[in-house]
Design a protein around this ligand. Sequence first.
Ligand SMILES: [Zn+2]
Length: 164
Amino acid sequence: MKTQKQVIKDFEDCIAFQKSVGEDTRHVESDLKHNLWHYENNDYHTCTKCKRPETAKYDNNEVMVEKQLCFGCNLWEKRLEEDFTKGNVFVYNRTMYSIGSYGISKDDYLGHSGTVFKITYPDGKQVISNNVWCGGDLPFWLTDGFKTATMERDINVEDVKHLL
Ligand SMILES: [Zn+2]
């Protein structure tokens, strides 16, 4: 059980650490401001990667507790192990994207509203897609183990038909 004073100190340490590595700390500051009650007089661990307090009160939280990670860092660890090994996932400008099936009907639900992108993987492979989904910005600690691609938008499909 952590006292209110301890919770505030842990959050302040987390904010100072995340600022030192260039992270945007607004979400952590907001959590401290609005959810202090969630942490005080409760048990939690501090994430080994980002120092965020984590009560791990979710379903399937065993891995989170075992690895001493917060929800967000645990999610990215899982993505690194599972999603990043898939051919349709790539990273551009420190943001994760995934490519869905090429949309052929105007009724298809498409990423980026069907904007056509040309993605060039580090190995030179090129993919044209009108169904690219954003998976969020990578955390500061995730610096390797992923493919960094390039991404061009507003591609004229007629010019790249050979890649479809
Ligand atoms: Zn974390």
